[in-house]
Design a protein around this ligand. Structure first.
Ligand code: AMP
Ligand code: TRP
Length: 332
């Protein structure tokens, strides 16, 4: 049995990047409820300025979308992070294992802290400790694999370091997990700014395809995607031609082809964009339709989350209890 764990923040509407980089892998892998755990990590959405009502709304929406994308509650455990206290219990123990220096080196911390400061906002302490909570999410379940997009590589590395360090100091307690990434589209780029990641909270919505965008909106965003100057035709070169490479990655991710090979089939950007737009629209259509059905019955989604939290708690508690004692705390 391979146990997998992954999470998604309810900090904005889910994007095509979330779907291709992470969620689609989750759907392909769910098997048994105690083998595949997926979590809406709401505590992580509180690490930057937030609106309480919006976080609540987005938490429910993210869970609904994950079900709409195909997660089957009979074959995986879907729950909300804050509903299972073990995550924060373990996070404290891991804060006593991590160092200030290694957290300050995290790329995402540096970027987000700079952004908060630039906007005249304070940097929340939880932004610094964010990767420790993420490590707790993963280690509390003894997960072996963590299916995520490229941007989470460094956080999973830190999780591994903390697991190894804890095990060395206090005796074998944690499984050391590894990140897994999709072959293509592990880092979907913003359509307007193809050198930065397509991210939920990016300011410029024109470069972001949201899972719930209407087909016409998706088409418009793709057709207006920034492409590269240069007269080399359609070639796959992530460094020199990031805009076109991103479109080819999207097409490959939607149709199953190879991005470099697909490039050979096009002589101009217009036809490529049209094919990408059509492929993305078809990819998202069933998700959007199923979301509309599920959203009409919020009680059913809440029931899935309640049952999921119950199962997750039962799995995490013994492991976190063990860590509690191992580090030197008296069992209650
Ligand atoms: P987040 O939206 O930061 O909570 O990310 C949830 C999951 O989606 C993580 O596994 C991320 O690595 C993945 N992800 C987010 N944005 C992208 C992107 N632009 N390309 C690929 N994967 C992404
Ligand atoms: N940090 C992840 C992100 O921004 C979300 C996350 C939180 C996560 N806890 C996790 C992902 C545990 C995988 C496993 O995308």
């Amino acid at each position: 049995m391979t146990r997998i764990f992954s999470g998604i923040k309810p900090s904005g509407h889910l994007t095509l990047g979330n779907y291709l980089g992470a969620v689609r892998q989750w759907v392909a892998s769910d098997q048994e409820p105690d083998e595949a755990l997926f979590c809406v990590v709401d505590l992580h959405a509180l690490t930057v300025e937030h609106d309480p009502a919006r976080v609540r709304r987005l938490t429910r929406q993210a869970a609904t979308l994950l079900l709409a994308a195909g997660l089957d509650p009979q074959r995986c455990t879907l729950f909300v992070q804050s509903h299972v206290d073990e995550h924060t219990r373990l996070a404290y123990l891991l804060e006593c294992t991590a160092s200030d220096g290694e957290l300050r080196r995290m790329i995402q911390y540096k970027e987000k802290a700079a952004r908060a400061q630039g906007a005249g906002e304070g940097v929340r302490l939880s932004l610094l400790t964010y990767p420790v909570l993420m490590a707790a999410d993963i280690l509390a379940y003894g997960a072996q694999e963590v299916p995520v997009g490229e941007d989470q590589r460094q956080h999973v590395e830190l999780t591994r370091d903390l697991a190894v360090r804890f095990n060395q100091r206090y005796g074998h307690t944690f499984t050391v997990p590894k990140a897994t990434h999709p072959k293509v589209a592990a880092r979907v780029m913003d359509l307007q700014e193809p050198t930065s990641k397509m991210g939920k909270s990016h300011e410029n919505g024109a470069g972001i395809v949201y899972l719930l965008d209407e087909p016409e909106v998706v088409t418009k965003k793709v057709m207006r995607a920034v492409t590269d100057t240069g007269d080399g035709g359609v070639v796959y070169d992530r460094q020199a031609r990031p805009g076109v490479a991103n479109l080819l990655d999207l097409l490959a991710a939607c149709t199953g082809g190879d991005p470099a090979a697909l490039a050979g089939g096009y002589s101009g950007y217009g036809a490529l964009k049209r094919d990408v737009a059509d492929a993305v629209v078809e990819l998202l259509r069933p998700v959007r339709e199923r979301h509309a059905e599920l959203a009409a019955d919020p009680g059913a989604v809440e029931k899935v989350l309640r049952e999921g939290a119950g199962r997750a708690r039962a799995l995490a508690r013994p492991l976190v209890d063990r860590a509690h004692e191992a580090i030197g705390l008296l069992a209650p």
